[in-house]
Design a protein around this ligand. Structure first.
Ligand code: 2AM
Ligand code: CA
Ligand code: CA
Ligand code: CA
Length: 268
């Protein structure tokens, strides 16, 4: 992608994300419809859908040849990542949005031929915009983020993960994961995958693991985390695809090796 084209896309995408965030803040004070999807705890609201429609309308008007993958289904049914593809989660952390009215984000990744070029994560209530272009560094608002500390000690690491790792699950023996949380310094669950990536990039957590994420949960976070030297793969250390769900392990290179080896002991 030409630099000038990418810079224009970056400015446009950031402007739309900020506008969508403002709309969410305005609409969330009124009443809105809440439904569940795959299970009673998997929530979606009218505002998730309206926000995704907002992006799809703007993108199709302005960049008719760009593809769109969005959680709520207003985008395209893509089977390939050829060309420029926007990968959008209109509200990441819908449960937080509904119950807490905070700790949710808009996540927008822009990929060209499968390579992440732009990542934008907006913490809507904190009004923090995390953003990155490939090879040009990552930012929190106007501040450039420092490279991740390369050698934090495993026993002093704070890892983003949810409690399902400690229940019986089909990925890893829960006894091994119980040992894992006793070995690390602390575990944190923020309830928004995009924010976990942003906090990793900011250096306030040292790693993030998830059992099942979709492309829109990961697309922006991967670009931002990689710009500060993070490694973002499956929990087996394999490359992530943006066309399917997968497990995720994101952190600096040193910890990545330590965590992957630990998980391997209990991998099913
Ligand atoms: P969501 O809020 O956009 O659905 C914690 O729930 C994190 O996991 C959130 O980032 C959430 O994204 C994501 N997630 C992915 N699949 C989910 C599902 N089936 N149910 C709930 N959260 C899911
Ligand atoms: Ca959802
Ligand atoms: Ca999500
Ligand atoms: Ca969502």
């Amino acid at each position: 992608m030409k630099k000038i084209q990418r810079d224009q896309l970056y400015d446009q995408a950031k402007a739309w994300v900020l506008e969508a965030g403002k709309n969410i803040r305005e609409k969330m004070t009124g009443t809105f419809e809440i439904a569940s999807k795959s299970n009673p705890n998997d929530l979606v609201t009218e505002i998730d859908k309206n926000t995704e429609e907002f992006f799809v309308q703007r993108i199709k008007e302005t960049f008719p040849n760009h593809g769109i993958i969005g959680e709520e289904g207003y985008g395209d049914k893509l089977t390939s990542l050829d060309g420029i593809v926007w990968i959008i989660d209109p509200i990441d952390g819908t449960m937080n949005f509904v119950h807490q009215k905070r700790n949710f984000a808009i996540s927008v990744g822009i990929y060209k031929d499968g390579v992440g070029e732009i990542g934008i994560i907006y913490d809507v209530m904190a009004n923090n915009l995390y953003h990155a272009k490939r090879s040009e560094g990552a930012y929190k608002n106007a501040r450039k983020l420092a490279p991740l500390k390369m050698n934090p000690i495993f026993s002093e690491a704070i890892i983003g993960m949810n409690h399902f790792w400690l229940c019986e699950n089909r990925h890893v023996d829960e006894k091994v994961m119980q040992q894992f949380v006793r070995t690390i310094r602390g575990a944190r669950t923020y309830g928004s995958a995009a924010l976990e990536f942003a906090f990793l990039a900011e250096g306030i957590i040292d790693g993030y693991i998830s059992m099942k994420l979709s492309p829109w949960d990961i697309a922006a976070g991967k670009v931002i985390a990689e710009e500060v030297g993070g490694l973002v793969t499956t929990i087996d250390g394999e490359e992530l695809t943006m066309l399917d769900k997968s497990t995720v392990l994101a952190c600096n290179r040193q910890l990545h090796h330590d965590i992957a080896s630990f998980i391997k002991k209990g991998r099913k």
